[in-house]
Design a protein around this ligand. Structure first.
Ligand code: PSU
Ligand code: MN
Length: 347
């Protein structure tokens, strides 16, 4: 009995390995649009905990050279916590899953140029199609864009800073981030610091519910239900639909979702470490001003989020950047722990 159990599990692992291999040979042999690095390919093949990282935060969030430092720092945080980082973006017209150190510098150094695009799901065919034809643009992928590419590669866990959402007034403008619909259709766990309160958090949570997205917040030892965090503050005035005890619990939930073959995504919010959180009244006033400025300048659509983030950075004289960085780092460490637990129970 022992022997046959061993045989079955070996066969099972071999077939899972074969399916990952098939996936990758499809991607690398026939697909000129997306290149998966050797390290990430091998990590997936051997079922190591791979963590996807997005790049809009480098091309449209942090200025150069802070963004370069952050990009390499986040990759080392994944490694220190036992994972393999898969930074995802578009370099010279080709989608990348896994960057070399030099390639990361090339992408982050191109931040702020008009030829460096913000790439969500809808933008992928454009930038990759032009790239194939010889017009090689760079692109930072948003959470939605990153999820599309990560899923193609077979990655299950993705960690980042802040989620897009329903914008204030979104019930009229219909400005709802494609991050939310992507979570509704792509099977992946995203770990982030909630969403910034320049968005309408209440409607964002409603929309995620409509999309069938499992949404939980890590309780960090707090009792009872906790708020869905608003990035710089742990409390947003909106209760999180679910409370998550720890990374192991998150991994169990992800595994159950895979087992039940539910093809939508999961979102785990990780509140900002208390020592970095900014007082709610203070950040509220700054955000209100930034939202007014965006309205006045006519920054709508995909320009809205980068404009507001930039205004907040200017008015807090860079203090927001320090908190921002601390939070992204903490999310990535936590996301990696989730991926490590998931790899363990998926064995
Ligand atoms: N929120 C942040 N920081 C960010 C973003 C959002 O606090 O960097 C970026 C992410 O890449 C997110 C994208 O996926 O903006 C959402 O943009 P939009 O609202 O246009 O979908
Ligand atoms: Mn939008």
């Amino acid at each position: 009995i022992k022997y046959s159990r061993f045989l079955w599990s070996t066969l099972g692992n071999l077939s899972k390995r074969a399916s990952v291999r098939q996936l990758h040979s499809k991607l690398s042999d026939n697909n000129p649009y997306i290149k998966v690095s050797k390290e990430v390919k091998e990590a997936l093949l051997y079922r190591q905990p791979v963590v996807a990282l997005e790049t809009t935060i480098y091309t449209h969030g942090f200025p150069y050279p802070d963004n370069t430092a952050l990009a390499s720092r986040l990759e080392s945080i994944v490694r220190t916590n036992g994972g393999i980082p898969a930074t995802i973006g578009v370099l010279n017209g080709v989608a990348r899953v896994g960057f070399s150190a030099e390639e990361l510098i090339e992408l982050t150094a191109s931040a702020g140029r008009p030829e460096t695009r913000k790439v969500s799901r809808r933008d992928l065919p454009y930038i990759l199609g032009l790239g194939y034809a010889g017009r090689r643009l760079n692109g930072g992928t948003t959470i939605a864009g990153t999820m599309v590419l990560a899923r193609l590669a077979g990655i299950k866990v993705f960690a980042t800073g802040g989620l897009g959402g329903v914008h204030r007034g979104g019930e009229n403008s219909m400005d709802v981030s494609a991050d939310l619909t992507e979570l509704g259709r792509t099977n992946m766990a995203v770990i982030a610091g909630g969403c910034k309160s320049f968005l309408d958090i209440r409607r964002t949570l409603e929309y995620l519910e409509t999309q069938g997205v499992t949404v939980g917040t890590f309780s960090d030892g707090r009792e009872g239900r906790v708020d869905f965090p608003a990035f710089w503050t742990r409390d947003s005035g909106n209760l999180s639909p679910l409370t998550i005890k720890d990374e192991e619990e998150a991994a169990n939930i992800i595994r159950a979702q895979q087992g039940a073959q539910i093809s939508s995504g999961l979102f785990f919010a990780s509140p900002i470490p208390a020592e970095y959180s900014i007082a709610k009244e203070k950040i509220d006033a700054i955000i209100a001003q930034a939202v007014r400025d965006a309205e006045e300048s006519g920054s709508t659509g995909s320009d809205n989020t980068p404009f507001i983030l930039n205004r907040i950075r200017e008015t807090t004289d860079g203090a927001s950047v320090v908190a921002n960085r601390a939070l992204v780092e903490s999310n990535v460490a936590r996301g990696t722990k989730v991926a490590v637990h998931l790899a363990k129970i998926n064995d």
